[in-house]
Design a protein around this ligand. Structure first.
Ligand SMILES: Nc1ncnc2c1ncn2[C@@H]1O[C@H](COP(=O)(O)OP(=O)(O)O)[C@@H](O)[C@H]1O
Ligand SMILES: [Mg+2]
Length: 225
């Protein structure tokens, strides 16, 4: 439940219970790259929001060891009227960095994002690709132990996607954990050791990436499950 939902709850007359996630249970090994797959509306983003403590599960629990940084929907954590520069500080502080830390990392963040020419423009003028570049650059600059990324990276161009891929490999080599949602089965196949397949909020399969992807793709063609 978000703050908005809590406030609006009293005003709603018609109310229907809907479980976005139910009986989803799995472990992500430290240092692995873990893919979440499944059709639209299967609960992937909701699960990532639970991991990022934006939502709290009504029952069950989530345990994580280490610092977690997340890149969720395009533009989340950004203020539209503020400039790219100001948003780096805003976003950095949301992710737990001090002003001093952000100042130290500022050039590196801008450099990786590739939006330096537009850094003093309000971000409302940015393209969605530019948002994601900046958001991803801030998220990785906090040096998280666990990086959670929703399907947003797909809006970046080929060059940026390659940069992100390199960054994930760097992360992996440093023993960090990455949890990502992608609709590109090629990406999941290439990058992930393990994967979980969600359907209608339930876990259909979890395990090694290749057989999980195969099972998901198989269900799409045969219409089974
Ligand atoms: N805030 C919300 N209020 C009501 N339903 C929601 C909310 N967020 C997500 N849902 C519903 O939960 C389901 C899972 O959504 P989501 O996690 O965004 O799926 P995915 O990311 O896999 O496409 C969908 O049916 C969606 O409509
Ligand atoms: Mg989603």
């Amino acid at each position: 439940m978000t703050l908005k939902a809590a406030i609006m709850r009293g005003k709603r007359s018609v109310y229907e219970d809907f479980w976005a996630l139910d009986e989803v249970s799995f472990e992500v090994p430290v240092g692995s790259t873990f893919g979440l797959i499944g059709s639209n509306g299967s609960g992937k983003s909701t699960l990532l929001k639970c991991l990022s403590k934006i939502y709290y599960p009504e029952s069950g629990s989530i345990s994580a060891y280490g610092k977690l940084a997340a890149l969720l929907e395009v533009g989340s954590g950004f203020h539209h009227e503020l400039s790219g520069r100001e948003n780096i500080f805003l976003n950095g502080s949301i992710l737990g960095m001090s002003k001093k830390e952000v100042t130290q990392k500022f050039d590196e963040i801008v450099d990786f994002s590739g939006v330096e020419h537009f850094i003093d423009q309000p971000v409302k003028n940015y393209s969605s690709g530019m948002y994601v570049r900046l958001g991803f650059s801030v998220a990785i600059s906090v040096a998280p132990d666990i990086l959670v990324v929703d399907e947003v990276l797909a809006v970046g161009d080929a060059e940026f996607q390659e940069k992100c891929r390199q960054k994930f490999i760097e992360f992996k080599n440093a023993g960090k954990t990455v949890i990502l949602v992608s609709h590109s089965m090629d990406t999941v196949q290439q990058m992930c050791d393990k994967a979980a397949w969600l359907k209608n909020g339930r876990l259909v399969q979890v395990g090694e990436a290749a057989p999980t992807i195969q099972a998901y793709l198989g269900s799409l063609t045969t219409g089974s499950v």
